[in-house]
Design a protein around this ligand. Sequence first.
Ligand SMILES: [Zn+2]
Length: 67
Amino acid sequence: MANTRCPGCPSGVKGPGKYLCLTCWHALTPASRHALRRRGPGAMARLQDLYRQVANGVPLADIEVTP
Ligand SMILES: [Zn+2]
């Protein structure tokens, strides 16, 4: 898998299997990062939750992902 464009910023590149580039990832709140790191049931819903808010222009620091 190749690196792909980060959905959170115009110039960011994220690695394979990552949700965001490192800059955007670290802009999230610790609670959001913790929720997004969890695997298993609900992981895809949390990812869609994240991307929906990014697409809506919610600042990364204000994004809340359902645990
Ligand atoms: Zn980014």
